[in-house]
Ligand binder design. Structure first.
Ligand SMILES: [Zn+2]
Length: 409
């Protein structure tokens, strides 16, 4: 029996209430997964992320491969032991980061050669090496290496990248299966300074056994419906999967194009597996995507915007430095269950940002993360109670009523 499973109960159109089971626990869907690029949700402790209601978190194989190194993570007991997060985890391959290094990388059929953004050192990223890296890091769900291009790329370029991503998926799957069968490479030997705590102790025989993981494929194809369908069909032809991701969104295309893409792939992806939309995390996008059958989300936006002083609210985005908050004693968001909103008021939050106090960045990051998690909790409640269409329409109407820039009184 697989260590991964998915079941659903209540449907509302394409939306559904679900449970995604992993070796480290069950994720109730739809759910937002906070992103800890370097193995930490920026500014927040594991306790805070847990209290915010996170069920599953992300990390990034590219960043952990460069620093501290995937073998080091493995020697330290794997990503769960290293970060102390004992719930479900997912690593992105880092393809997005590698392709973002446009002047520092070269793409061929074999893979990507790139220079580290840290020290300029040269690295080969291939479907096979990415599988070895993600198997060493040890998250529950690991992503294939795919080729990313700009969201508005023309048909020919989108088709070439999509077809290459399918070929790379096949190479990922073969290497994933090989590691499952033959085990990982020999355990690394790291010298521990005298007097320092020891590394996690392994014996060589058990260390080579890879953790129970699931490889997720990624649908590509830009904003071209025929390519998206071909990508999804190619993925289904290539094997059976515990979940399927939709990638290459929120990379410059319009919101209508993003939503249309979800509608195109919705009937093609079997309803028996969770659908994960990668890298999209604005509140309205989450609600729109749940309506179109998406179950899992991730995005760095809540913590990045939190550090910039921008808050997600039911009435749109709000800059907390605004002078109207100077003597505003109300919580940032009424009824938000997070520590920022239950304990502090807008006047204090504004003061922290104006004074450049680090608590401000932390509280606002916490709020933004908790807020997205809470929207998905509300969506699950509405699905369970058979009022999802009404709830989501009302939610979107309020969010958009404040205008694109978001204004609160
Ligand atoms: Zn809050």
């Amino acid at each position: 029996m697989s260590d991964f499973s998915f079941r659903t109960s209540h449907d509302a159109g394409s939306a559904r209430l679900g449970w995604f089971s992993t070796p480290h626990g069950v994720v109730e869907t739809p759910a937002f997964m906070p992103v800890g690029t370097h193995g930490t949700i920026k500014g927040l402790s594991v306790e805070e992320v847990t209290a915010a209601g996170a069920q599953m978190i992300l990390s990034n194989a590219y960043h952990l491969y460069l620093r501290p190194g995937d073998m080091m993570v493995r020697a330290l007991g794997g990503l769960h032991a290293f970060t102390r997060w004992d719930g479900p985890m997912l690593t992105d391959s880092g393809g997005f980061q590698v392709f973002s290094l446009s002047s520092l990388r070269k793409v061929t059929e074999d893979g990507v050669v790139f220079q580290s953004h840290i020290d300029g050192s040269r690295h080969d990223y291939t479907p096979e090496s990415v599988m070895r890296i993600e198997r060493n890091i040890g998250a529950d769900v690991i992503m294939q290496l795919d080729e990313l291009i700009a969201g508005q790329a023309e048909y020919g370029a989108s088709q070439a990248a999509m077809e290459r991503s399918l070929r790379w998926l096949e190479r990922c799957r073969i290497e994933f299966d090989r590691i499952t069968r033959d085990g990982r490479g020999a355990p690394p030997q790291f010298e521990v300074p005298v007097g320092a705590p020891p590394m996690a102790t392994h014996d060589a025989a058990t260390d080579i056994i890879p953790p129970r993981q699931s490889l997720f494929p990624i649908i590509q194809g830009g904003v071209h419906p025929a390519l998206r369908v071909a990508s999804a069909r190619g993925i289904l032809d290539a094997g059976t999967w515990d979940g399927i991701a939709i990638g290459g969104l929120s990379v410059g295309e319009s919101k209508p194009d993003m939503y249309a893409t979800l509608e195109v792939v919705d009937p093609v992806i079997p309803r028996t597996v969770p659908r994960y939309m990668m890298g999209v995390g604005f509140p309205d996008d989450l609600v729109e995507a749940v309506r179109r059958g998406v179950d899992l989300f991730d995005c760095v936006a809540p913590t990045r915007m939190g550090r910039n002083g921008t808050a997600f609210t039911p009435d749109g985005k709000v800059q907390v430095r605004r002078s109207a908050f100077r003597n505003d004693r109300r919580p940032l968001v009424e009824d938000c269950p997070c520590e920022c909103c239950t304990r502090y008021d807008r006047a204090y939050l504004r003061h922290l940002f104006v004074s450049e106090e680090m608590l401000g960045l932390r509280l606002l990051s916490l709020h933004n993360v908790a807020y997205l998690i809470d929207i998905m909790r509300q969506a699950r409640g509405a699905l369970r109670e058979g009022r999802f269409q009404t709830w989501s329409s009302a939610w979107l109407a309020r969010y958009h009523a404040a205008g694109a820039h978001g204004v609160t009184t």
